[in-house]
Design a protein around this ligand. Sequence first.
Ligand code: URA
Length: 426
Amino acid sequence: MAHSVIDVIRTKRDGGRLDDAQIDWVVAAYTRGEVAEEQMSALAMAILLRGMDRAETARWTAAMIASGARLELTGLARPTVDKHSTGGVGDKITLPLTPLIAACGAAVPQLSGRGLGHTGGTLDKLESIPGWRARLSADEIRAQLDEVGAVVCAATEGLAPADRKLYALRDVTGTVESVPLIASSIMSKKLAEGAQSLVLDVKCGSGAFMKDLAQARALADELVAIGTAHGVRTSAVLSDMSVPLGCAVGNALEVTEAVEVLRGGGPADVVALTLALAREMLAHAGLSDVDPAEVLASGAAHRVWRAMIAAQGGDPDAESPRAAHVETFPAPATGVVSTLDAYAVGLAAWRLGAGRTRKEDDVQHAAGIRCLAKPGDHVTEGDPLLELHTDTPDRLPAAREALTDAIAITADAFTPSPLILDTVRP
Ligand code: URA
């Protein structure tokens, strides 16, 4: 039945509930181009101001999934489980986690995105490996899941097209910051991927979308409720993003750090979060008797990494690209680092060339920042605290400017805040 879009907008504008038929119709008609951008823009603003309840949000998500094709993953020999991060600075966890889970016995279909703004994108990171290919067909994804157990690639074209259109509209109409719209956007893509279970890493802090714990918890609750309503085992880990994760921020630098973790080294926070998410994913997949720490130490996850990169044309033995210019940023005082602001470091890495301003921009594979000290570490005034990497040194002043207020040093002892803040289960 055709509905009047003006009635749908008025219902939400006046604080009413949208019924299932209205939601199904408006999402499908917008995808087909029968609801105009200005009408969807008004509806998105009404939703931002009035909200949607759990049932409306679950139905909105279902309508966005139904706007395209689902990836068909039934019949794989292993249980399927995926992870999604709401995005942060230095967040390279997908890189060690995906092969680790495959090495533990599950299959991970990890459809990822590119970076926009100060947060990095997994595909940009992997594209710093010579030959590696992000675009796979649905058949190639399935075959790789069968053979290797792990795939990280770009979302296939037909996946949740309503979200692609709506997200672009929200981006230019001030309607991104709505928990039901963010949650349905993330979950429509993840549920269309077809994994049987899902763990969300909801980041909280200056480098994240959600700046405080109450907001992050509200988003986590909503994400878990949508997944559960769709019959997918879903939980969310709330993790700190006030400080960059690990020491490397930027595409090739992060791949190098991820490989260090897979070889049994790497920064303690990256290892801890990888293992915490792995335990949650393995529990969903019915593999809680497998200890991911043991599997990581055995080298099995590193072997899966090599197979996963090679299967997509990448050379796992290739030298990591190096930036043409590396400069240091000194510690402003002697004492213990108490702040290393994630947003500022992400912004500086982006300005050095690690990120893009417009979708069509290229990124510099080797650009970024290495943190030589983190909160809790003692530093001496003037000693190098950060390394700034770029191919284009004219970018350095803007990066330095982003870092002006990023660092605080205290004379007192300082204990960094915990990395894992909570876990939300249905
Ligand atoms: N990521 C998404 O995929 N959608 C949003 O709305 C926000 C973040």
